[in-house]
Design a protein around this ligand. Structure first.
Ligand code: ZN
Length: 63
């Protein structure tokens, strides 16, 4: 069973705080955080502490 530390983040979708964070660095050097909620399986990205859309991240990667 996967064991991931809880971050204290609140899910943007369901409001629970069973959210895991995975830090990643984009090809252009931008540091982003991939967030995933265990409760409702919502997934989103955060950059510099603010949630960003998946489209925004894709734009960063493909440029
Ligand atoms: Zn959730």
């Amino acid at each position: 069973m996967e064991h991931a530390p809880e971050t204290g983040l609140t899910c943007v979708s369901c409001g629970q705080n069973s959210v895991i964070e995975i830090e990643m660095k984009l090809p252009d050097g931008t540091e982003v955080v991939f967030c995933s909620c265990h409760v409702c399986e919502a997934r989103w990205w955060a950059k510099e502490g603010e949630a960003v859309s998946v489209d925004g991240i894709i734009g960063l990667v493909s440029d």
